[in-house]
Design a protein. Structure first.
Length: 156
């Protein structure tokens, strides 16, 4: 009589609640599907970290350094990223609501097909970025810039 092999126990998503991980260092960590509520990752370092599909609510990443990370399909609500640095980060299909991104610095970040609503974008600077199809209030910004450059004296 042969025995059926045991199925591996279903791995539960990591859960963090009412926790301070201020200044913590995460390297090569998979927190995919994690649930974080009332969590501080202020001044934390997240290098090569996956938060894919994570649910993050009432949290702070203020002054955090995030490098080579994915927040793909994450749901982020009531979170501050003030003065954080993001380099080589994938935010594709993430949903961010009620977030503070004041003085955040993004470099090599995937915001493809992102949707930004009800945002204060005062003094936002965008440079050296692909903006094909970028639309603000129904106006194609890429086409406006192309027309402006063409209208400059001496332009071809």
């Amino acid at each position: 009589m042969s025995r059926m092999p045991k199925k591996p126990a279903e791995q539960k998503s990591p859960r963090f609640a009412d926790a301070s991980m201020k200044g913590a260092e995460f390297e090569d960590v998979d927190l995919g599907g994690a649930h974080m509520h009332d969590v501080s990752l202020a001044e934390a370092s997240l290098d090569d970290v996956s938060l894919e599909g994570a649910r993050i609510h009432n949290a702070t990443f203020a002054r955090a350094i995030v490098d080579d990370a994915t927040y793909e399909q994450a749901r982020i609500h009531n979170v501050t990223f003030a003065k954080a640095t993001f380099d080589d980060v994938d935010l594709s299909d993430a949903r961010v609501q009620n977030a503070n991104l004041e003085r955040v610095r993004f470099s090599d970040v995937n915001l493809r097909a992102a949707r930004i609503e009800d945002a204060d974008m005062t003094n936002v600077e965008i440079s050296s970025s692909k903006i094909d199809g970028l639309t603000i209030d129904g106006v194609r910004v890429d086409q406006l810039l192309k027309a402006r450059k063409a209208a400059r004296p001496g332009s071809k």
